[in-house]
Design a protein around this ligand. Sequence first.
Ligand SMILES: [Fe+2]
Ligand SMILES: [Fe+2]
Length: 474
Amino acid sequence: MINYTEKIPNNVDLGRDRVLQRALEHWQPAYMGWWYDMGPNESHNYEVYLRTAISVEPDGWAQFDYVKMPEYRWGIFLQPRDERREVNFGIHKGQPAWQEVPGEYRSTLRRVIVTQGDTEPASVEQQRMLGTSCPSMYDLRNIFQVNVEEGRHLWAMVYLLHRYFGRDGREEAESLLARRSGDADNPRILGAFNEPTPDWLAFYMFTFFTDRDGKFQLCALAESGFDPLARTCRFMLTEEAHHMFVGETGVSRIIQRTCEVMKENKVEDPSDVRALGVIDLPTIQKYLNFHYSVTLDLYGSDVSSNAANYYTSGLKGRFRETKLEDDHVLRDTEYPVSEVVGGKIVTKNAPALTALNERLRDDYIVEIADGVGRWQRVIDNAGIPFRLTLPHKGFHRAIGNFAGHFISPDGEVLGEEAWKNHKFEWLPNPKDHAYVQSLMSGRVVEPGKFANWIAPPARGINNQPLNFEYVRFN
Ligand SMILES: [Fe+2]
Ligand SMILES: [Fe+2]
């Protein structure tokens, strides 16, 4: 169990390390300053029905109660240590897992932790205005839950920086509070975390696509030979599942509502659908195309010597590394990677070690395709002849082998002109954004009420009814 009488709740025996405790207690007010500035807009007095982690055991790790978000107990929770754990891949395979940072990997490891840590506050910043246009109290509670947990994920990474990286780590922890999503001078590190999240369709797409990138990165880091990082990421994954649930069900409920309205009114043309105040399916497809493609970029270059080094050094593994049956060294294996050659997409084998980003991206795509299949079933069950598709991997990419090429959603290599002519058939255009915005001009917060453009969920949070008062506004 986690001791909640301490200033910083934790299961890492923080009280025994006074210097570390003082350093983190010094960072805490700066974090609160960031939350007041950049956390959910106008929310500080709301009492929100939130879950808080109370243990790291798989059953009963969370407790639900009303909390004012600035009083949420952001803490440091690591999965318990397995004394027998080893480094499971790379050149150190078979050595006991590291409990301290190996000197030779210090700067690499710090970079990996900072890059992960930077995404956590970034998404809170991206979503901070959405409370003013929520489609229901249930959804408002869910976005706040995601936001406080992203805040906790920042704490998780900052703990590692403070505990294991001395002065450099403390400086990095301060920088994590100084960068701002979308800021021209001091932006967040990764591209997708500087894109705006202007509306709730974008929010659900983000939590489905981009939080799932988070899951895959955390899964790869949960294999790390650096044991404290592995244990931190394992516990973060427990919380992450809810974020993806919010995204998948959010999009699914929007699709469901659109299909209901289309059937009731016997309309199919997108402008007729819009006239009824719901989001037409082609617009949902465009949002999907956008969020999928910018998230694919987060995995980095298809062929990357950094990825090879992270793996060989034992710092970052593959998805489900220990479940894979091979030598876990990968010196003599290959992996298929695509590129554009002479106006065509060709696939060639690359050394498996350098193709690890591409492999993680492919693992991610498998899960994404399943989710999109579940959305499709909602449309099929309504008997509407519309197909949602995942665009080609090379579509709208800014990083890796496809960057600088113009690939259609079908995987056709186009010239720049042809791409420009079709771009806004494939990606949301300013009118699409304006239409979606127009649906979300105010918030719906009467218990049990839902905006016209989204269906209610199948059930409430923690077995509460749908008309439960998930947020008290005071
Ligand atoms: Fe997170
Ligand atoms: Fe998340």
